[in-house]
Ligand binder design. Structure first.
Ligand SMILES: Nc1ncnc2c1ncn2[C@@H]1O[C@H](COP(=O)(O)OP(=O)(O)OP(=O)(O)O)[C@@H](O)[C@H]1O
Length: 310
């Protein structure tokens, strides 16, 4: 076991506790998303794991050693663990290459140079080696910080919303290179995100937090197909939710239906098209089924009359 959190209690303020008896186990080499809506506790949990905050009770064991918070450990951080937080913490008067090489030994300078270039290539910044961080955008600085964290080959890498400042096309490239690199080097990764869709193909596991509670911990397919509740289902984008009563009346097998799961079909129930809009890979439609509005994705534009099946 690489990381174990047992019976953890933590609150930022006495009035409101965040984690109450929180438990989690993380195996070596896994790529894990820490998901949940803004404010559910993702950053706080990463800071606790990294030892930047003191838990009130319970323990965090990393690589068989307890993590001590700032009260007991004046210089927080572990050799084998790195956190890339949302403030990138770069050295302002050192170049991008010097920042990335900060933790790499100077014994063999040629080797160091090669390693820095390899890491800059992973994050797509190989052309920026000799530039000072202040000339980079927020997203580029974030990538320098990721490259620096990778340089120590940590056993566990914690990334707090690493793609938050990066535009779509860059994100796609970075995502593939980063996830491949950590798998190749057997680095375990916990990545916080409120956009699971963006990282889903690369995940071994999704941990879902809701107001500090761990409500689901499964692989991506299981989480998507059997979301614990409406909150989990909604993390994957638009979803149609049926009450127990509606489920029984319509004879449905489940309560949550993603828009692409609802089909136009001759042997379905009569429904009315309210809107049908082009959305790139599909048409986005709002249809009414017995007065209940549903979102349905179809390959082409749809017009009345229609029948839908669930
Ligand atoms: N330093 C702090 N003092 C008091 N409350 C805090 C502090 N930091 C966070 N909180 C509160 O703790 C809760 C969890 O915050 P946290 O930043 O961990 O959430 P998050 O899931 O990472 O959110 P986001 O996705 O927006 O980054 C929130 O209600 C937040 O307001």
């Amino acid at each position: 076991m690489l990381l174990e959190i047992n019976n953890l209690f933590f609150s930022h303020s006495p009035e409101k506790s965040l984690f109450r008896n929180f438990n989690l186990k993380v195996h070596k080499g896994k790529t894990i998303a820490l998901a949940g809506e803004s404010g559910c506790g993702k950053s706080t949990l990463l800071n606790l794991i990294y030892g930047l905050l003191d838990g009130e009770n319970g323990e965090i064991i990393f690589d068989n050693k307890p993590i001590l918070g700032p009260k007991k450990n004046l210089v927080p951080g572990e050799d084998d663990m790195k956190l890339v937080a949302q403030n990138y913490d770069l050295m302002p008067y050192s170049t991008v290459a010097e920042n990335v090489g900060k933790f790499i030994s100077n014994i063999n300078l040629e080797e160091k140079k090669e390693k820095v270039l390899e890491l800059l290539t992973v994050v797509g910044l190989e052309d920026y080696a000799s530039i000072l961080p202040k000339y980079l955008s927020g997203g580029q600085q974030q990538r320098v910080s990721i490259a620096r964290a990778l340089s120590v080959m940590p056993k566990l890498l914690l990334l707090d919303e690493p793609f938050s400042n990066i535009d779509f096309s860059r994100k796609i490239e970075l995502r593939e290179r980063l996830f491949r690199y950590v798998k190749e080097k057997n680095i375990s990764l916990i990545i916080s995100t409120h956009e699971i869709q963006e990282v889903m193909p690369w995940l071994d596991q999704i941990i879902v937090l809701q107001e500090g509670r761990l409500i689901q911990n499964d692989n991506a397919e299981e989480t998507y197909n059997n979301p614990y509740n409406q909150y989990v289902a909604a993390l994957f984008g638009e979803v149609n939710i049926f009450s127990e009563e509606e489920k029984a009346n319509l004879n449905l097998t489940k309560k949550f239906w993603y828009p692409h799961e609802i089909k136009i079909s001759n042997d379905g129930n009569e429904a009315q098209v309210l809107e049908s809009r082009f959305a790139g890979s599909h048409y986005w439609n709002k249809v009414s089924l017995n007065g209940k509005n549903l979102i349905v994705y179809t390959p082409g534009k749809i017009t009345n009359p229609i029948k839908i099946s669930l």
